[in-house]
Write a protein that binds this ligand. Structure first.
Ligand code: DGT
Ligand code: CA
Ligand code: CA
Ligand code: ZN
Length: 576
């Protein structure tokens, strides 16, 4: 590990010196970085055994560099490095991360055009200044611009709902290979985190070369970052990184366990293995004394050998799942197939793309037993919200659909806007004529915490509210959650039996996993809704279910796992 960190620092020093226009020294640093990176032994161990003398024996390390390594081993930092870093503008490191921009080019941009960050670089490109620099030209300028675009994408994590379909497509392509035995998605995507850094895929095979050739030649692959017999990394056409690892079938379970993470879960589990006389790694679970492999083919046998019940990937975040697994006390998580209906969707009456009838038919085909149609109310003008009269007429038409469409129950509801002061967009005598009322925040997201808390408490205290829709209003990468006092609001929901929505829309996932867990501890109940604005949106349900699972929810916590004939227990006005 120290080798890796040191090499990175030396590379960076070399880049910085280049940018400052220093001669010769950068090459020395780069050479040393490369040597250290490829070193078989740990520099720290070499130093501990033989001191500075040992370091001097490494090729390319002279007295000055050896002393730097010594300083780093002793203090964990390098004074010269920090000084150098401080002497250059912060944005310079960012410039170095852009594909097509090495230190020599950054040096020119910085010294001649005074460009200190990506923003200034974009501006200079717009004015065609970069192309005019010696050694640059039009083509280079275009490449740099493409590199900036890629860098921007790369720094933003993908949504679960974007990454999962892509990963599944890759898996189905790779499944066609007869050399591939088992294929699994690993990493944060297998744990179903709301956002994904990169996609990790594992394949067990006895012919890794064949598998890697196929993988790197898939039509989606835009750029190969690294290709080796056990690990390859590529960028897909949409600037998404995928890591593929090929594993010996005998220890596929151990690799899957390791590369699923989370890192924190793994560290804890490895410690437990240690304390029980084992050694756990991506290569298997070994007896520490004899070195013999004792488990590795499946994840199940590894957890079992460590005295644990199997732990679902969504729970592997080092909360206290490893402790609970010892006493077989992990919850039995809700599954997609448990969900029987959906209480939040829109039609062309407000901002949806399909009619109520089309939504109902699609819902039936999707496998739902019941749905509620919940169009927007008049305050939400951009969403074409309905006024009281229009809503009641709409409700009647929706109820009439039940005569026409059999095999699914269709309820008439509304998604009623919560106004800034906590009052609702419709008066009580209208609300009570609807089967289901979802109350949602669609405005005033910048309110301070006190005002927001008061507003939400007032709205949910209304006896006609059944469901608190997408409670925090957050949009991932776009809008922060509204800041109300979460525990206080959750307590009120429990008392007044207001159901909390787990909104499945990939950019919402609201409530989020950790809030769900907190709400469960308080004693709340939930519904998992799709908030579909088109008949094709029901498929998103699985993202809501995944989020519920990450929040430790069981079927019993989720009201739409209940059959139609039990719903009246959870809703005040529901007529079956
Ligand atoms: P991401 O890609 O940022 O959304 O998150 P992950 O969890 O997919 O992380 P990634 O892709 O860097 O690595 C995949 C898994 O490999 C990770 O969940 C756990 C394992 N892993 C990676 N680095 C380490 C490490 O240094 N120690 C341990 N114990 N596990 C690691
Ligand atoms: Ca990953
Ligand atoms: Ca990865
Ligand atoms: Zn809404």
């Amino acid at each position: 590990m120290l080798n890796y960190d040191l090499a990175q620092i030396f590379y960076e020093i070399a880049d910085f010196l280049d940018i400052e226009g220093v001669a010769w020294k950068p090459q020395a640093y780069r050479k040393a970085a490369r040597t250290i990176e490829n070193l078989q032994e740990d520099v720290e161990e070499i130093y501990n055994e033989k001191g500075i003398k040992g370091l001097l024996e490494i090729e390319g390390i002279g007295q000055a560099l050896a002393e730097k390594i010594e300083e780093y081993i002793h203090t964990g930092e390098l004074k010269d490095y920090s000084k150098l870093k401080k002497s250059l503008p912060k944005g310079i490191s960012e410039l170095l991360e852009i594909g097509g921009l090495g230190p020599k080019k950054v040096a020119v941009l910085y010294q001649k055009l005074k460009i200190k960050n990506i923003k200034e670089l974009e501006f200079a490109i717009k004015k065609n200044k970069v192309a005019e620099m010696p050694g640059f030209g039009q083509k280079t300028q275009e490449n740099i611009l493409a590199g900036i675009q890629l860098h921007k994408h790369g720094t933003e994590r993908m949504l679960l709902g974007e990454a999962l379909p892509i990963a599944r497509q890759l898996v189905s392509e790779l499944k066609k290979l007869k050399e591939a035995q088992q294929i699994e998605i690993a990493g944060s995507l297998r744990r179903k985190k709301e956002t994904i850094g990169d996609i990790d895929i594992l394949i067990s095979s006895k012919n890794p070369v064949k598998v890697m050739d196929k993988f790197t030649s898939l039509s989606y692959v835009k750029r190969i970052l690294a290709k080796g017999p056990t690990k390859s990394s590529v960028y897909l056409s949409s600037d998404i990184q995928v890591d593929l690892r090929v594993i010996d079938p005998k220890v596929f379970g151990a690799a899957l366990q390791y590369f699923t993470g989370s890192k924190e879960h793994n560290i804890k589990l490895r410690g437990i293995a240690q304390n029980n006389g084992y050694k756990l790694s991506e290569y298997g679970l070994f007896n520490k004394k004899t070195g013999k492999l004792v488990a590795g083919k499946t994840e199940e046998e590894i957890y079992k050998k460590l005295g644990r019940q199997y732990i679902e990937p969504e729970l592997r975040e080092n909360y206290n799942e490893i402790e609970l697994a010892k006493d077989k006390k992990l919850p039995k998580l809700v599954e997609l197939k448990d969900i029987k209906g959906d209480f939040h969707m829109h039609t062309i009456a407000s901002d949806g793309a399909n009619t109520a009838e089309e939504m109902a038919l699609a819902a039936k085909k999707f496998g739902y037993e019941y749905i509620a149609i919940t169009d927007h109310t008049k305050y939400d003008r951009i969403a074409n919200g309905l006024n009281e009269k229009e809503m009641l007429e709409h409700a009647k038409r929706i109820r009439d659909l039940n005569k026409k469409i059999k095999g699914i129950k269709i309820f008439a509801g509304a998604e009623v806007a919560i106004l800034a002061d906590g009052s609702l967009d419709f008066p009580e005598d209208v609300l009570k004529k609807l089967d289901i009322v979802v109350a949602s925040l669609h405005s005033g997201f910048k309110q301070d915490k006190d005002a927001a808390t008061k507003r939400v408490l007032k709205a949910l205290d209304n006896k006609y509210v059944d469901i608190f829709g997408h409670p925090t209003g957050r949009i991932i990468h776009q809008r922060e959650p509204i800041k109300f006092n979460m525990p206080e609001v959750l307590k009120l929901c429990k008392e007044r039996k207001v159901l909390l929505e787990i909104n499945s829309s990939p950019s919402r996932l609201d409530l989020k996993d950790t809030d769900i867990k907190q709400a469960i501890d308080i004693g709340c109940k939930f519904v998992i809704d799709t908030d579909s604005h088109a008949a094709s949106h029901f498929y998103g349900l699985e993202y809501g279910v995944a989020t519920a699972r990450r929040g430790w929810a069981t079927p019993d916590h989720i009201v739409n796992t209940k059959p139609l004939n039990q719903l009246h227990r959870y809703f005040r006005k529901l007529k079956l």
